[in-house]
Write a protein that binds this ligand. Structure first.
Ligand SMILES: *[C@@H]1O[C@H](CO)[C@@H](O)[C@H](O)[C@H]1NC(C)=O
Ligand SMILES: *[C@@H]1O[C@H](CO)[C@@H](O)[C@H](O)[C@H]1NC(C)=O
Ligand SMILES: *[C@@H]1O[C@H](CO)[C@@H](O)[C@H](O)[C@H]1NC(C)=O
Length: 201
C-alpha cells in the first residue's frame, strides 16, 4: 500500500509542478506587446526522432527569437537566434541539427538522450519588451522497440524452421512410398530389375 501512496504523491507533485509552470507561462503570455502560445510544454521522445518544438507568437513588428537549452544539471547553451524572414544564427553545437520556422518553432533532427532538458524561447520585440516560454523534452532509449525486433526475428526463425521440418517430412514420405513401389516392382519381375540397374548406372 505504502509504495502506491508515495508514488501517487510523487505524481501529484509532478502535476502540481506542471500546473505552476503552465500558470507562469499563462501569466507571461499576457504581458503587453508580445504573446506566445505553446501547445505542448512537455514532450516525450525516443532517440533518433525528429522533434518539433512548436510555438506561435504574435507581436507588432518583427521580433528577435532566441532559443536556449538548459540541461537537467543546469548548464545553459544558446541554440539559435534569428528574426523571422532572415537567416538564422545557429550555434556551433546545433549546426545541421536544427531548422527554424517563421512562427518561432524549431525542429531538432535525430535527438539523443543528451538532448533531454529544458528549451527556453525568448521573443523580443523591436521596442524591447519580451516574452519567454519553456518546453521540457525527455528523450529515452528505444528498449521496447529492440525487444519488439527480437520477438519478430525469433518468430520469423520459428516459421522458417516449421516450413523446413514439414518439407522434410513430405520428402521423407515420398521417398518411403517410392522405395516401397520399387521393392514391389523388383519382386514382380527380374527383367525390370535389370532395367532399374541400368537406370541407376
Ligand atoms: C512522459 O513520460 C512520463 C513518465 O516517464 C509521464 O509521467 C508523462 O506524463 C509523459 N508526458 C507526456 C507528454 O507524454
Ligand atoms: C509552427 O509552424 C510549423 C511549421 O509550419 C507547424 O508545424 C507548427 O504546427 C506551427 N506551430 C503552431 C503552434 O501553430
Ligand atoms: C551569431 O552568434 C554568435 C554568438 O552568439 C555571434 O558572435 C555572432 O556575431 C552572430 N552572428 C551573426 C551574423 O549575427
Amino acid at each position: 500500500m505504502r509504495p502506491l501512496r508515495s508514488r501517487s504523491r510523487k505524481h501529484r507533485g509532478i502535476s502540481l509542478g506542471l500546473l505552476a509552470l503552465r500558470l507562469a507561462a499563462a501569466c507571461c503570455l499576457q504581458s503587453q506587446g508580445v504573446s506566445l502560445y505553446i501547445p505542448q510544454p512537455a514532450i516525450n521522445a525516443t532517440v533518433q526522432e525528429d522533434i518539433l518544438l512548436s510555438v506561435e507568437y504574435s507581436c507588432p513588428g518583427i521580433p528577435t527569437i532566441e532559443w536556449k537549452y538548459t540541461s537537467p544539471w543546469g548548464v545553459q547553451k544558446k541554440i539559435v537566434e534569428w528574426k523571422p524572414g532572415t537567416q538564422a544564427n545557429i550555434s556551433q553545437s546545433h549546426r545541421d541539427r536544427v531548422c527554424t520556422f517563421d512562427n518561432g518553432s524549431i525542429q531538432l533532427f535525430s535527438v539523443g538522450v543528451r538532448d533531454s532538458g529544458y528549451y527556453v524561447i525568448t521573443v523580443t520585440e523591436r521596442l524591447g519588451s519580451s516574452q519567454f516560454g519553456t518546453i521540457m523534452l525527455h528523450v529515452s532509449e528505444i528498449l521496447y522497440e529492440d525487444l519488439h525486433f527480437v520477438t519478430v526475428f525469433l518468430a520469423f526463425l520459428g516459421a522458417v524452421a516449421a516450413v523446413l521440418i514439414s518439407l522434410m517430412w513430405v520428402c521423407n514420405k515420398c521417398a518411403y512410398k517410392f522405395q516401397r513401389k520399387r521393392r514391389h516392382k523388383l519382386k514382380e519381375s527380374t527383367t525390370e530389375e535389370i532395367e532399374l540397374q541400368d537406370v541407376e548406372c
